[in-house]
Design a binder for this molecule. Structure first.
Ligand SMILES: Cc1cc2nc3c(=O)[nH]c(=O)nc-3n(C[C@H](O)[C@H](O)[C@H](O)COP(=O)(O)O)c2cc1C
Length: 198
């Protein structure tokens, strides 16, 4: 059994729900399992102490989770058009893996959630790809054979899955967004299985 690491940060729960859908998509592929992990919050005043089990349910990620996975799905809320600091903070601590090329050749996909429709879903997704490309990962997006990409009234992009949560962070994940999350998880798992880079 090979695993896809579904690594996310979520403050109000939207990205966490997306992560669970992506995990469902991963597990549609025989022989593939999803490992859900999150990152602790960071503070501008002092380093936050790292909780073993985070508030949002999934255990906190460790470097070995990245080393052991055959593929990675990375999810973050959009913060000022970019990924959230806790996830960036964790990625900035992966230099040892970069040095030994531990992630090189493994596939990766990205997902995000925003308050507003034009509030930076695509910039966030594209900027989340940058550190993954430096790590040598192979980016997997969504193809337009996913019909929802043409018709969605909310999230869903060729760069990765996305969700429009609304100004009060209370819009449920739409049917189209849900299907695209699952499709992204399945596509990533299929590629990971073929590459067999665990
Ligand atoms: C500091 C901060 C910055 C944000 N920046 C943006 C933004 O640039 N564009 C946007 O549409 N939403 C922005 N949001 C809203 C979140 O992206 C949105 O509520 C998201 O769905 C939260 O995901 P979560 O429920 O997984 O935490 C921001 C929220 C915070 C707290």
């Amino acid at each position: 059994m090979q695993e896809v690491l579904v690594l996310y940060y979520s403050h109000t729960g939207a990205v966490k729900q997306m992560a669970q859908l992506i995990a469902r998509g991963v597990e549609k592929v025989p022989g593939m399992r999803a490992r859900l992990r999150t990152v602790p919050k960071v503070s501008t005043v002092a380093e936050a102490t790292e909780a073993e089990i985070s508030d949002s349910g999934a255990p906190s990620v460790e470097l070995k989770d990245l080393e052991e996975c055959a593929g990675l799905a990375l999810g973050s809320p959009t913060r000022f058009g970019n990924m959230a600091a806790p996830l960036k903070y964790f990625l900035d601590g992966t230099g040892a893996l970069w040095l030994k090329g531990a992630m090189a050749g493994k596939p990766a996909a990205v997902f995000t959630s925003t308050a507003s429709l034009h509030g930076g879903q695509e910039t966030t997704l594209l900027s989340m790809m940058l550190p993954l490309i430096h790590q040598g990962m192979l980016i997997v997006g969504l193809p337009y054979s996913e019909a929802d990409l043409m018709t969605t009234q909310g999230g869903g992009t060729p760069y990765g899955a996305s969700h429009l949560a609304g100004a009060n962070a209370d819009q449920p994940i739409s049917e189209a967004e849900r299907r695209l999350c699952i499709a992204l998880g399945t596509r990533l798992a299929e590629v990971a299985l073929k590459l067999g880079k665990a």
